[in-house]
Write a protein that binds this ligand. Structure first.
Ligand SMILES: [Zn+2]
Length: 329
């Protein structure tokens, strides 16, 4: 497979491909402070038959590897001659953060997941956000943005959707449908946060799913496999590939957000990821450097452990544990 370098300013040529073909591109969008040209990778797979455009992004955070691994495998697995519609895959959106193995870019310390739709006149990360949004994401009928817990956290598999806020009822309904069609363990009603790619896309009328699977700074084969199966399932439900890839739609839904720690220290999680916990049950304990208990974190309600801290060292204000309520959608 030949890789072609193209400037993000090249307009429609960035995402163009002949019917029934795959094209691999590096899309340049800025020059780094050291003078090197910066790019993001883009795989365009155009089916032989007309259909919707689905955009898949991963690696928005540079320490999350399940999404990239699954997208590479998706590109290998698909036969463009059997595809209806077009796929735009960005497996490692944030190259500078990936190179450093960090959540944020070491060039300007920005969190790419807080600065969409970006700014063409801004620092490297802002220019990247602008280029991704204008050249790729705005082409989407459907966007699936894959994340994980990265180095610091670990998640149960959740397919996130938005409801309310600036997101229209029609987009909410479509997004919930896409999240269900992923067929992973849980749905997650995402907290609306300005600057997050999936939220900004949803506000612009695109059906989105923002997903989390795994973390711990690595990529378990079963987690990449789960993402791959979820992508194929949505494509099948949308009529873009063989319906045999459909998974049963998810109905179990999680609602809630993280508890943060007010103090620094060593955070010990005392419940298992994915387990059920009761109101008032201790779910995590913070220790000082002598091993003494600084504080205990109780569950605020009966719920499920959706995500845990993996990196035991915490600063004041860091994410500590995520216990959420369970519903059915
Ligand atoms: Zn992430």
């Amino acid at each position: 497979m030949t890789t072609v370098t193209i400037a993000a300013s090249s307009g429609a040529a960035v995402t163009a491909a002949a019917p029934g073909s795959r094209v691999d591109r590096l899309v340049t969008f800025a020059v780094a402070p050291d003078g090197t040209e910066q790019s993001f990778p883009l795989i365009v797979i155009r089916g032989s038959h007309e259909g919707p455009t689905m955009v898949f992004t991963a690696g928005i955070h540079g320490d999350e590897f399940e999404g990239p691994a699954a997208l590479w495998r998706l590109a290998e697995a698909l036969d463009p001659s059997q595809l209806r519609g077009t796929l735009l895959l960005v497996p490692i959106a944030n190259a500078s953060a990936f190179a450093a193995g960090m959540r944020t870019s070491p060039v300007d310390n920005e969190n790419l997941a807080r600065i969409f739709p970006g700014n063409a006149e801004g620092t490297l990360s802002h220019r990247l956000a602008d280029a991704l949004m204008r050249t790729v994401v705005e082409k989407a009928d459907i966007l699936i943005d894959s994340h994980s817990g990265g180095v610091r956290l670990a998640f149960v598999p959740v397919a996130g959707f938005y409801e309310g806020g600036d997101v229209s009822a029609a987009v909410t309904a479509r997004s919930l449908q896409i999240a269900k069609q992923m067929g992973i363990e849980y749905l997650w009603q995402l907290p609306p946060v300005n600057g997050v790619l999936s939220y900004e896309a949803a506000r612009r009328g695109i059906a989105v799913c923002g997903a989390e699977i795994g973390g711990r700074g690595n990529c378990l084969p079963e987690d990449a496999e789960n993402y791959l199966g979820a992508y194929l399932s949505v494509l099948a439900h949308q009529g873009m590939i063989d319906p045999a890839h459909k998974r049963a739609e998810t109905t179990a839904c999680l609602e809630g957000d993280w508890q943060t720690t007010p103090d620094a220290g060593y955070l010990e999680t005392v419940v298992s990821l994915g387990s059920r916990v009761g109101k008032g049950e201790t779910v995590a304990v913070l220790h000082d450097a002598l091993g003494q208990t600084i504080r205990e974190f109780p569950a605020g309600f009966d719920g499920r452990v959706m995500a845990v801290r993996h990196l035991n060292s915490v600063q004041s204000g860091d994410l500590a544990i995520c216990v959420v309520k369970e519903t059915i959608r």
